[in-house]
Design a protein around this ligand. Structure first.
Ligand SMILES: Cc1cc2nc3c(=O)[nH]c(=O)nc-3n(C[C@H](O)[C@H](O)[C@H](O)COP(=O)(O)O)c2cc1C
Length: 200
């Protein structure tokens, strides 16, 4: 048996991202379907992609979310809380044979202010985005990039000069998706050891 700390070369013919755990966010992307109904789909390959209010997520171009975002040129991002995880997961259940996704009605939605797409009520962060561009041909996936044109969050999740950052996270823990197939709720955090005089 090999030593536990010996490095193992991974066979790249196997799905690489299934071989170990990585920390990822978990969001629900909201879009409007061609028939006017709302769609929501969970994504873990999703994050800010600039300091300048750009948000990107990775999506299969065959998914309703991609088709909707490209057609409507807008989408929303809702960060679910830990008690919204089951509902979040149900948004990835297969569509009906007629292409509809009735599960979306299970979630309490709140209208977006600047785009025609759904936001999840009670989410810990809600972003409304205008489509900027897609980067297609990443294997079977595409990167969809939008610019945030409106953002809402409960006051309790916001950092403030009179609140310790550690207390914010303890009182409003974050959901992490631990790909593949696990999650964690993170309330315990420490200050990162930044180098002196660092500039971003
Ligand atoms: C936890 C979780 C994370 C997911 N992350 C992604 C992702 O990052 N990109 C993606 O294309 N699909 C992802 N999916 C799958 C889509 O959510 C799923 O295929 C969904 O049904 C697509 O719906 P749509 O056709 O309405 O877009 C994820 C599913 C789950 C349950």
């Amino acid at each position: 048996m090999g030593h536990r700390n010996a490095m193992v070369e991974l066979d790249l013919r196997d799905p690489l991202w299934e071989r170990f755990f990585l920390v990822a966010p978990l969001v629900l992307i909201g879009t409007r379907e061609a028939d006017g109904h709302y769609d929501l789909a969970p994504k873990h390959m999703a994050m800010p992609v600039s300091w300048d209010n750009h948000f990107g997520f990775v999506c299969a171009p065959t998914h309703g979310t991609y088709v909707n975002a490209v057609r409507e040129r807008e989408f929303t991002v809702s960060y679910p809380t830990s008690d919204q995880l089951v509902m979040t997961s149900l948004m990835a259940a297969p569509r009906r044979d007629d292409g509809t996704k009735p599960n979306v009605r299970l979630l309490a939605l709140t209208p977006a202010t600047r785009v025609s797409a759904p936001l999840v009520e009670g989410a810990s962060l809600q972003l409304e985005c205008r489509l900027e561009r897609t980067v297609d041909g990443l294997g079977l996936n595409s990167l969809v990039i939008g610019r945030v044109i409106s953002a809402h969050a409960p006051a309790a999740v916001l950092r403030a000069s009179e609140r310790d950052d550690a207390d914010v996270l303890r009182e409003q823990p974050l959901v992490a998706y631990l790909h593949p197939g696990r999650f964690a709720v993170i309330g315990d955090s420490r200050s990162f050891p930044m180098p002196a005089d660092m500039r971003r």
